[in-house]
Design a protein around this ligand. Sequence first.
Ligand SMILES: O=C(O)CCC(=O)C(=O)O
Ligand SMILES: [Fe+2]
Length: 142
Amino acid sequence: MAKNLELNLKSTKSYVSENTGLVRVYRYPCTNVGWGMEVHTDSSVLSILNQDNHVSGLQVLKDDQWLTAISSDRYKSASHRVKVEKDTERISICYFVFPGDDVVIESSKYNPFSYNEFRAQVQKDIKALGYKVGLARCKSAG
Ligand SMILES: O=C(O)CCC(=O)C(=O)O
Ligand SMILES: [Fe+2]
């Protein structure tokens, strides 16, 4: 990915951290009411998902988030949601790769921000507005 973005690896600091990586295992019981998970974008740099072979359900749209900032909008993070069938439960395992807490994300289209600042702002917005504004908060004026 870094190669594709033509990043100079020698002079580029490491954006991701092993220490902040997270594995989640989900079990979605059968339901015919609502969604297993509502539409959202992940705050991770990368999300790797393994869903149970015979049960699908992940629906992906398109949008932007973390990865977008690091790549100056060349990689767009996708909005997605989970559909659950009424007669089949769903199991998935998700590995999220995050930046280190103190890593400052610098890119041409965004004001510099750290992952800690981003996370704090997301919590603030959810409290005040009821939803996550996300990366749009960090867009630079130019
Ligand atoms: O369970 C899934 O397939 C997706 C989970 C997910 O989107 C998330 O945890 O952010
Ligand atoms: Fe997600």
